[in-house]
Design a protein. Sequence first.
Length: 120
Amino acid sequence: MLAVAAGWPLVRFLMPSGQGDSAGQVAIDRAQVALGTAHLFEYQGRPAVVLQPVPGEFVALSAVCTHLGCIVQWQEEESQFLCPCHAGRFSTDGSVVSGPPPKPLETLPVTLDGDQVLVG
Ligand code: FES
């Protein structure tokens, strides 16, 4: 399992800045979001994550912890996000499971278009 936050600098380096369209929408290949996994990407200049918690259902969230702004990590075995700074935990819909975060991860709009997951 890859920790989402650990891969962020590499993703940011590899990601072309023109990935989104002029309206700020980001298109992600569905194949990059396998069932039970999380795919980190950049949304409006900030880290975000899209996941497929159940078959055919895609959820996009800000990856920025609502406590003090650390980047959350996907824990595949637990199907939760863990914030490495103060052990805040979030569910697949972004709601707080435990720890100090005062509110859920920001939810981002998702639509499906063929083989693409459109965020924004
Ligand atoms: S910054 Fe995430 S729990 Fe503190």
